[in-house]
Design a protein around this ligand. Structure first.
Ligand SMILES: Nc1nc2c(ncn2[C@@H]2O[C@H](COP(=O)(O)OP(=O)(O)O)[C@@H](O)[C@H]2O)c(=O)[nH]1
Ligand SMILES: Nc1ncnc2c1ncn2[C@@H]1O[C@H](COP(=O)(O)OP(=O)(O)O)[C@@H](O)[C@H]1O
Length: 213
């Protein structure tokens, strides 16, 4: 049976880390290498960084629009992070999962907790650790996309995010990027290969058992 015809139960892959540890870079590469993986594009009230495009990294929306989405229950989860609100639109995620597609979330520990509480058996959580706080700082400055005071606020919140590492299924220490990426790919492949995700297996085995030898 061709792979494309094997009916699967989609999973939600959640990647979290303190700002600057490398989750966006790792997630981007995973998306580029896995066209079967859909990115949940969050809404946010923060403004776009240089190089960010509305609808690609985030949907950049006003406070009023965010209030409307919350009121209409259009978000699977939302949270206040770094002085702004961020949320995961419900409909694209539900559509993707209903087609057996996997969905990737770059969200914080609050979002990870909320989605896990709703669908524990469909969630895989990965936490990315920086090799040191000094390196985290270096990366935030090297990214050169935020003002100094914004970077300082992100750094001061880093330990609060790291404190939640034990709520995750996997932890990757992002020292060497290629090695960390290889770990993420292994996790993704193993989790998609779980028996519980293969809805095609039981009917296929029935067919096998019915064959004359
Ligand atoms: N709960 C939740 N967190 C989100 C969502 N979108 C982004 N975040 C988190 O918000 C934090 C800030 O994201 P961002 O402003 O892009 O900066 P970054 O930390 O440098 O990636 C990160 O920890 C993201 O994972 C969302 O929809 N829900
Ligand atoms: N393993 C790594 N070694 C060195 N630099 C890295 C590594 N992973 C990511 N970076 C760089 O660190 C900066 C922050 O990474 P980013 O993916 O934006 O982090 P986050 O999404 O967690 O805030 C970027 O400039 C990125 O290129």
């Amino acid at each position: 049976m061709p792979n494309s015809q094997r009916l699967r139960r989609g999973l939600m892959l959640i990647v979290s880390s303190p700002s600057g540890a490398g989750k966006t870079s790792l997630c981007r590469r995973l998306m580029a290498d896995h066209p079967d993986l859909d990115l949940s594009i969050s809404v946010t009230t923060r403004s776009a960084r240089p190089g960010e495009k509305d609808g690609r990294e985030y949907h950049f929306i006003s406070e009023d629009a965010m209030n409307g989405l919350v009121k209409d229950d259009a978000l699977l989860e939302w949270a206040a992070v770094h002085d702004h609100r961020y949320g995961s639109p419900r409909e694209p995620v539900e559509n993707a999962l209903s087609k057996g597609q996997n969905v990737l979330f770059d969200i914080d520990w609050q979002g990870a907790q909320r989605i896990s509480a709703k669908a524990p058996s469909d969630v895989v959580r990965v936490f990315i650790l920086p090799p040191s706080m000094e390196e985290l700082k270096r990366r935030l400055y090297a990214r050169a996309q935020d003002a100094d005071d914004v970077i300082q606020r992100r750094l001061s919140r880093a330990k609060g995010e790291i404190a939640h590492w034990a709520e995750y299924d996997y932890v990757i220490l992002n020292d060497d990027f290629d090695r960390s990426y290889a770990e993420l790919v292994h996790i993704y492949h193993s989790e998609t290969a779980r028996r519980s995700r293969g809805l095609w297996i039981a009917p296929f085995v029935d067919e096998l058992m019915g064959e004359e030898i």
